[in-house]
Design a protein around this ligand. Structure first.
Ligand code: NAD
Length: 539
């Protein structure tokens, strides 16, 4: 079966048509304040209990008033999801895929600028970061997930049907609804979490992050325009804790599809455990969580390539990627050769409003995040073992801006080498050139996370040593590249240990979690005699 192609990335160069239309869409969205409702069973519900959605790089500017779901809306959404499932199953895989492939076509066409502009304003992404996330990755998620789901029907048919029998497997969805709790940092992930289970026949409740209501709502509207039937995905801005409580009180809760922080996911898993006796089925739990992603360099490596990987890997989207490079282990010979250049290149990074296309960085997502990240920088500044060699300043007067910051530490287990910061902060541990293997061990043991990581080395033997030593240290492993930028159908994404259940979003392994197959044996030669030959008496 031929497969889809990855969506080509538009360049947004000066004078290009896409740049012009993106800029005018940004202006249009800046000039209005929209009302964002809950969407339950296809109906817009304006609850009147609202919060403003602001722009992180210009937090005085309100983009929308968001109507939050209360308990009644949450219960109605669960009921709508349950009621919608039978018709959704009856539509069949081809009918469901046709809707999501239409979603992909709309996003690749007329809706592209709307979704990209919204992501730039709502989550403070540059045009390029919005394009690779909100447009390209989501188009890929939808197209490839449909492709993979079609494959199951053939792949999972029984190998053997003896004469007189016809065996088959029905690819059923889970019975009940899936709760999709989604993160702020990728618009694509937010829409993928409710829609991946929907492709295989589940219905869902979508609880978006409070920091991405605007872009997520635009995508909910897109899915409805593509023909998504009422009740299949129910959009519920509101308290995650309360939506979880209401969902778990419903016996038809069938699964959790989560992306976000490790602490939140661990709490949710425990709550699900407690709710088990009330549930009709054992729910599926899929969660992709935090990271402490590494770069390890060998003394013999491409130094300029390493510099670029550190800069892009650590500071694109202000380090707010789960895969962002946030700890580096660099041999002293290499560090002595590149550290000045690295700081001088970082000094050239422009940071500011996402509408100014010359900016490489914009603001971090909100005040809470700003305070958390600056707290890490302040504590590092006060430690004898840490030196801030570039950046370190911040300003939250207009937007939540934090300079790209590098901390050099002499302690490989210092706080910023171990904990997820989720901001533009890279910590470097400089090791003796002859301690490569000890350093690999330290990288493996220092942090509880195991999401992404990369190794920079020129010799095959050293690459192999790292490949083996770091087998369980990253679910996505890069050789001579930055640890960010996974592409659907090329590097299926996910990590293990404290980084998640590693079900590889955007791939067939993830979709498999939302199905519950039925094995069917059809007997053609129906037995007419209840006795068996062994029951004959000896002569
Ligand atoms: P978060 O954990 O703060 O929030 C994620 C979602 O959980 C949000 O919708 C939030 O409202 C909800 N939530 C928070 N507390 C809850 C509770 N008690 N009950 C129910 N829901 C609750 O994470 P975030 O700040 O949105 O995203 C950043 C985190 O996501 C980082 O840790 C990052 O590494 C991780 N992430 C991981 C991946 C991956 O693929 N591994 C991808 C993107 C982001």
């Amino acid at each position: 079966m031929s497969h889809p192609a990855n969506e080509p990335i538009l360049g947004y160069e000066p004078g290009s048509q896409e740049r012009e239309s993106l800029q005018s869409e940004i202006d249009r969205q800046m000039a209005e304040i929209i009302e964002i409702p809950c969407i339950i069973n296809g109906e817009e519900i304006y609850t009147g209990v609202t919060v403003p959605q602001v722009i992180p790089h210009n937090h005085g500017h309100v983009l929308a008033n968001v109507h939050l779901a209360g308990r009644d809306e949450m219960e109605a959404a669960c009921a709508a999801a349950v009621a919608a499932q039978q018709e959704w199953i009856d539509l069949g895989l081809e009918g469901r895929c046709a809707i999501f492939e239409r979603c992909a076509d709309l996003l690749a066409g007329d809706w592209r600028m709307k979704v990209n502009a919204s992501t730039m304003l709502n989550q403070s992404k540059t045009a390029f970061q919005a394009e690779i996330d909100a447009a390209c990755e989501l188009i890929d998620f939808w197209r490839f997930n449909c492709h993979y789901a079609r494959g199951f029907h053939d792949d999972f048919q029984p190998l053997v049907s003896p004469e007189g029998v016809k065996n088959s497997t029905e690819i059923r969805p889970l019975e009940g609804f899936v709760l999709a709790i989604t993160p702020f940092n990728f618009t694509s992930i937010a829409a993928n979490l409710p829609s991946a289970p929907a492709i295989v026949g589940c219905t869902s409740i979508w609880k978006p992050s409070r920091n991405s209501y605007h872009s997520n709502y635009v995508l909910m509207q897109l899915m409805m325009e593509a023909g998504l039937p009422p009740g299949v995905i129910n959009f519920l801005p509101g308290s995650g804790a309360e939506i979880t409580e209401v969902s778990l009180a419903n016996p038809d809760f069938a699964g959790l599809h989560f992306t976000g922080s490790t602490a939140t996911f661990q709490g949710l898993w425990q709550e699900i455990g407690l709710a088990l006796p009330n549930l009709r089925s054992y729910p599926r739990i899929v969660g992709e969580t935090g990271g402490k992603d590494f770069v390890v360099a060998h003394p013999e490596c491409d130094r300029q390539g390493l510099l670029v990987a550190l800069l892009r890997g650590a500071f694109e989207y202000q380090g707010q990627k789960c895969s962002a490079a946030s700890r580096a282990y660099i041999p002293s010979s290499v560090w002595n050769a590149i550290s000045e250049d690295l700081c001088s290149e970082i000094g050239k990074i422009k940071m500011g409003d996402a509408r100014d296309f010359t900016n490489f960085m914009t603001a971090v997502i909100d005040q809470r995040s700003f305070d958390k990240i600056t707290g890490y920088i302040e504590r590092a500044a006060s430690r004898d073992t840490c030196t801030i060699i570039c950046g370190g300043d911040s300003d939250d007067s207009t937007g939540f801006f934090i300079e790209p910051t590098i901390i050099v530490t002499t302690n490989p287990t210092s706080e910023t080498m171990v904990e997820e910061i989720f901001g533009p902060v890279l910590t470097v541990y400089v090791y003796d050139d002859d301690e490569f293997e000890e350093t690999l061990r330290s990288c493996d043991e220092a942090s509880p996370y195991a999401l992404t990581g990369s190794i920079f080395a020129s010799n095959e033997e050293d690459i192999q040593t790292a490949y083996e030593a770091l087998r369980f240290t990253a679910g996505n492993f890069y050789i001579n590249d930055k640890p960010t930028g996974a592409v659907v159908a090329q590097q299926p994404f996910g990590g293990a240990r404290a980084s998640g259940t590693n079900d590889k979003a955007g791939g067939p392994l993830n979709l498999l979690r939302w199905i519950s197959p039925r094995s069917v044996k059809r007997t053609i030669d129906v037995p007419q005699d209840w006795t068996y030959p062994f029951m004959g008496a000896d002569e």
